[in-house]
Design a protein around this ligand. Structure first.
Ligand SMILES: O=P(O)(O)OC[C@H]1O[C@H](O[C@H]2O[C@H](CO)[C@@H](O)[C@H](O)[C@H]2O)[C@H](O)[C@@H](O)[C@@H]1O
Length: 245
């Protein structure tokens, strides 16, 4: 389904989610592994597409950069709330003192909740319960009330065994549009690949713009139009594509 990229590389732009898409999910946010060969695969595909490859992730840009170093692709982080374009210019929200206090309070409230992880991502915060499913309900309630306290500038974002509070003004769909407004993405058709609720916004934009939306996993309750069964299957497809570059 990505053969078109090799046939007409000047037509397409590729947007890739990270966790659960390019890399396998792990028990904790820090435990993820970038498989050998993936960085060079992405670099070759980026060259093939004239640089029109972007990462679109819920991670902070700084964390994603560490994962994929030395590769520094254009990237939207924090579900689109921060973005680095192909020239390397990074837009990031200013520090918000009230939000800093809210993150500290979340960490305090959940300190004794065994297995719950509060991931401080700067302008967003994620509460993970993958290792603490007994706390899922209580965590949901705490995060809902924290999101209300954070006010209209923030919104709740649910994902795989995670509940997040993130800036409301951006989404992965808006990030796709912003990338497509400038070279080397300008005028290309987007292919968006992701696995989670946050990726639905970019699936919709890719569909609207005549591109392609691909979900990792099952094709159920999604705007995506086709599916690839796993991150491993996607990596194999990308490696084949890179060999043609
Ligand atoms: O948009 P993504 O790149 O898919 O990022 C979404 C969230 O991914 C991370 O959490 C998820 O992956 C963890 C590591 O595999 C896993 O332990 C967790 O259960 C998943 O929800 C990341 O920690 C979040 O900050 C991202 O927003």
């Amino acid at each position: 389904m990505l053969e078109e990229l090799a046939r007409e590389p000047q037509v397409w732009a590729l947007f890739l989610d990270i966790d659960g898409t390019l890399i396998d999910l792990a028990e904790t946010p820090e435990a993820v592994v970038v498989p050998e060969g993936l960085i060079s695969t992405l670099s070759r595909i980026s060259n093939l597409l004239g640089g029109a490859v972007g990462l679109v992730t819920g991670r902070a840009v700084s964390f994603a950069d560490q994962l994929f170093s030395p590769l520094a692709l254009p990237i939207a982080g924090l579900h689109g709330a921060e973005r680095r374009n192909s020239a390397g210019d990074l837009e990031r929200l200013p520090q918000d003192d009230d939000f800093e206090a809210l993150k500290r309070s979340l960490a305090r409230v959940t300190a004794d909740w065994d297995g719950v992880i509060i991931e401080d991502k700067g302008s967003a915060v994620a509460a993970h319960y993958r290792q603490a499913q007994q706390w899922a309900g209580a965590l949901d309630a705490v995060m809902q009330s924290a999101a209300e306290e954070a006010g209209a500038d923030y919104t709740l974002q649910r994902g795989k065994m995670v509940i997040e509070i993130r800036p409301a003004r951006a989404s992965k769909g808006e990030a796709l549009k912003a990338f497509l407004d400038a070279e080397p993405f300008l005028g290309r058709k987007p292919i968006a690949i992701g696995d989670d609720l946050t990726d639905e916004a970019m699936f919709k934009v890719a569909n609207e713009l005549g591109g392609l939306s691909i979900r990792i996993g099952e094709l159920r309750d999604t705007a995506a139009v086709c599916a690839i069964p796993s991150p491993d299957a996607l990596r194999k497809i990308l490696a084949d594509l890179a060999r043609q570059a």
